[in-house]
Ligand binder design. Structure first.
Ligand code: SF4
Ligand code: SF4
Length: 103
């Protein structure tokens, strides 16, 4: 009802066509041996993709990982790559999928 009212009041407005909207998807590669376990990437990922892996590298730091169930949730924003002080993260394989597309 609200939607119909808005469309009546503002005749020029049209609902979004979700089928035409694309969003980026990326893959994240983490060099576990470069990681110092600061967790900046985990804190600043806007989509909460990165998590502590529970594994320790040879220097004794716990490095992050992307859980398999979140692999397609990365929006390739590049924040983790830019914020990592050790240059341990690389975002690659940028592609686009339709919003709401099944994984
Ligand atoms: S590229 Fe962006 S969305 Fe993907 S893991 Fe890094 S910070 Fe998160
Ligand atoms: S920002 Fe870099 S150094 Fe810090 S936890 Fe993430 S991968 Fe490791």
């Amino acid at each position: 009802m609200y939607r119909e009212n808005v469309l009546r009041i503002i005749p020029g407005r049209k609902p979004l066509n979700y089928k035409s909207i694309l969003r980026p998807v990326g893959r994240v590669e983490i060099d576990a041996e470069l990681c110092k376990g600061c967790n900046y990437c985990i804190e600043f990922c806007p989509n909460d993709i990165l998590e502590p892996s529970g594994k320790i590298n040879t220097q004794g730091y716990q490095y992050p990982h992307v859980p398999p169930e979140k692999a397609d949730d990365c929006v390739a924003c590049g924040m983790c790559e830019r914020i990592c002080p050790e240059l341990a993260i690389r975002v690659f394989d940028h592609r686009y999928v339709h919003v709401g597309a099944s994984k």
